[in-house]
Structures are given as C-alpha cells and as structure tokens.
Design a protein around this ligand. Structure first.
Ligand code: RUB
Length: 318
C-alpha cells in the first residue's frame, strides 16, 4: 500500500498529515475493494488495511486515533451490505480529514491571540499546527521575530523555514545546539505534538524536551499546539508511548559506520516533555493547562477509554 509506505519512509510525515493520510488510505482501500460481496469479508479486508497503517510508525497517536475514528464506526454501525459498509468508511474518512483541517485553522486563530506584538518566537521541527499559529499572528499584523531549529538529523526545520518564508514571515534558522544561547532573546516557544498523554506530558520531535528545559530556566513561555486527536486514550490506563528509533544512517552515512565498526549510533525520533515544563496546550477546543489533558480525553474519548478499561479487565481475568 503506497500511503503506508510513504508514512513508513517519512515521505508523509508530521502527526496531523499522517492522520489525514491514514484516513485517506482507508477510504481509497474501501473504494478499491474487489472481493466477494460479503460484508464480513469487507470488514476483514479493512481490518488488514488498518493494521498495515498502524504498523508504519509507532509514536504519533494521531494515527491510531484516525484509524479508529473510521473503523470503530464501521464496526459499530453493523452495515447490511458491502455498499453500505463502503459508504460508511468513505463518509467517516472524509469527516475526519475535514475535522482535522478545520482544527488546525482553529488552533491558528486561538493560538495567535497568545502571541503579542514584538514577541520573539522559536519553533522546533516541522509542525503544521505550530506554523499555523505563527503565520496567523504574523498575518494579523503582529510584528514578530521568528526562529526555527534545524532539527537534526532529518532537518525538518528546513521545511519549516521554507513554509514560513513562503507565507511571508521573516524567519531565522538556527542549529539545534544554539537554543540555550538564543533563549535569552525569546519570549515564547511553540511546538507541535505527536502524542499528549493523560498526565499532560507531550511527546514531540527529539530535542523538544531540551528546549522546554531551557525555556523553563529562562522563564520563557512554552506552548504546544495540538489537535485533540493527538491526545492518547490508552495513556489513561498508564500505557506508555513507544518512542520510535530510526536507523543510524539518518545520523551518519553507511561508509562512516563501515569504517568505524566499534561506533554505535542511537537515533530516537521523539522525546517526552513533562507537564511542569509546559505553560499551555492550544487545542481546537481552547487553551488548556497540560494538567487538564485528562478532561480533554474524557470528553473526546470517553467511549474508547471505557473500551480500554473493559479490555484491560478481561485481560486481567484471563
Ligand atoms: C514531526 C513532529 C511534529 C509533530 C506535530 O515528526 O514531531 O512536531 O508531528 O506536527 P516527524 P503537526 O517529522 O518525525 O514525523 O502539527 O504537523 O501534526
């Protein structure tokens, strides 16, 4: 499946885009289904597609949340025919994509209000949600100074500076290692999220936690822009978020590794910023302190959380 491959190899990347691509992949798979005219067969086929998508990257919860947005409705609505089942998948995949795009627009509006004229703002990696906030603040006439980190080893920061420059925002690229020195000049940091845990901890691109630490030390506000489908229902039950490890060749090339066989390379793609380092999380439903993450989860995923609790209880009894 091409979209699954594109997610795995990071041609499609960023938690929001990954989620929308997964919904689109489910829709395309449903449209392409050419198996027997049997609704159970169709559901089984869709389950395989869903599993393939889920196996691509482990960290961003937006991916399982998008898949389950569509698949839980397919299961729950008990369609009587393949035609009906297919139209359920198409409808809810489209609905998720529409919701997601609108959520980013709302985050931009809500978050931009937090940015003050004259602010110096830093972002890390390449987050559509964080960029949307910065662009909206700029468009609304606030004179802001914007910095973006390179984001080793994949250099997503280069995508960020291009996007900001194309939107007309003046932006300065800095090496990741310059963050603490730069912090003295900053008023705000704004980053995206791959996963927000029930305790308000935020999983985002490697390096985020270090930036948050430096921001805390310098008394600089640290904001996270995250749609509610980046909140993880499984963490309510204490499930840990898996941190993806990427290949060493993203850090150094193969010839270096061959020449120095005793050198090992560790390449974790994400880290965890504790809630005490986060001033607020900007969602499409409003701005919350990280400590209120559980309330968002309860409101958005009450049913899914109840399902997890039931499953966990059954597993314990087994
Ligand atoms: C991307 C990353 C982004 C979040 C949020 O990591 O960490 O900050 O996914 O992005 P990668 P968005 O490049 O490894 O996918 O706001 O666009 O969802």
């Amino acid at each position: 499946m091409r979209i699954a491959d594109d997610i795995r190899t990071m041609r499609i990347r960023g938690a929001g885009r990954i989620a929308r691509a997964a919904a689109k992949a489910l829709k395309l798979a449903a449209e392409k289904y050419a198996g027997p005219d049997d609704v159970n067969e169709f559901v089984r086929y869709m389950e395989v597609v869903a599993e393939t998508l889920l196996s691509t990257r482990p960290t961003a919860v937006s991916l399982p949340n998008a898949v389950s947005y569509v698949m839980s409705r397919l299961r729950r609505q008990r369609p009587g025919s393949v035609k009906e089942a297919r139209s359920i998948v198409v409808r809810y995949a489209d609905e998720f994509i529409g919701y997601s795009l609108n959520a980013v627009r709302m985050i931009a509006e809500i978050g931009a209000r937090r940015i003050t004229d004259g602010d110096a703002v830093l972002t890390h990696c390449n987050s559509s949600a964080a960029i949307a906030v910065i662009v909206e603040a700029w468009r609304s006439g606030k004179d802001i100074e914007v910095y973006a980190t390179e984001t080793r080893p994949r250099y997503q920061g280069l995508i960020t500076v291009k996007m900001l420059a194309e939107a007309g925002v003046e932006v300065t690229l800095v090496p990741d290692a310059a963050v603490r020195l730069l912090m003295k000049r900053l008023d705000k940091v704004i980053v995206g999220a791959d996963t927000v845990a029930a305790n308000g901890a935020v999983v985002n691109k490697i390096g985020t936690a270090q930036i948050a630490l430096a921001a805390k030390e310098a008394n600089v506000d640290f904001y996270v822009a995250a749609e509610t489908y980046k909140f993880s229902p499984a963490t309510v039950l204490g499930e840990l978020v898996e941190i993806e490890e990427r290949p060493p060749t993203e850090v150094v090339d193969n010839s270096f590794l061959e020449k120095h066989p005793r050198v090992r390379v560790l390449n974790p793609a994400f880290d965890v910023t504790p809630p005490e380092y986060i001033d607020a999380i900007i969602t499409e439903r409003g701005i919350i302190p990280p400590q209120a993450a559980f309330l968002v989860l309860k409101r958005e995923y009450g049913q899914a959380i109840a399902d997890y609790v039931i499953k966990a209880t059954v597993d314990l009894e087994d």
